[in-house]
Design a protein around this ligand. Sequence first.
Ligand code: HSE
Length: 293
Amino acid sequence: RKVRVKVPASTANLGPGFDSLGMALNLYAWIDMAIAEKTSFHLIGDQMKGLPTDKSNLIYKVAQMVFEEAGVHHPELEIAMYSDIPLTRGLGSSASAIVGALAAANALVDNKLSNDQLFQIATRLEKHPDNVGASLFGGIVVAFWDGDRAEYIRLEPDEHLEALVAIPAFQLSTEKARGVMPQQVSMKDAVFNLSHSSLLVAALSTGNLDMIRHAMKDALHQPYRAPLIPGMSKILEEAVQHGALGAALSGAGPTILTLMDSRSGRKEELEAFLKDTLKAEHIEAEALWLKPS
Ligand code: HSE
């Protein structure tokens, strides 16, 4: 028996919601999994180049965790993966692989584990719940992880919400982008983020899209990460003047996320602004219009 799962990409943080907000986007990875005589991998497509094709493969290892938890003897697996989600760019590619592996393995054991159990495993692996939560549950996920349990609430995205992402051609590891952050922050910055993140969640959950303009601001991570992504600060500051509802670094970057109300009629203007700003910094980037998924 073969199972196939389709998992969305995700954008984490949405600006102020560091390690706590995530949104699924309609860019996907597919994982096929079947119990086999001997473990084998078919990693299809450019995104998969260079990933291990032995039992050190993340998908294989994650699947074995599900079998372990479900009390099923560790089987050999035939695994295939195809992904349109660019690697190490801040669009949750590793979270999508983890969630896909969990969901596929769970389907092979007749869904013995609940979604909540899968969420706990995925969060422990990623060390933050934002990307995995969005990939697993879809829509917008508000979550925390206290090192023990992860809790979340899923919000239905407004039907008019659209995202334009600029995906730079270079990779940036989450480790590096977390390494530049300070160990401590001021009370002022903490309160800044708390209030903006709360307002953002309220705006997203009530469909008050105009309020996103005021809420999508951050003092905890983006200012420190800005030097790693030339052009980012200008986009974050000025995207709203070009029709965006707000702009943020997507996860740990380097992808930059802008949100737009699909009724604004300013898509071309925003796309040109993003492209021109990055070009001026000699950053090659692909611009992609996406919808929450
Ligand atoms: N919340 C995480 C971060 C997401 O910003 O580091 C990236 O994996």
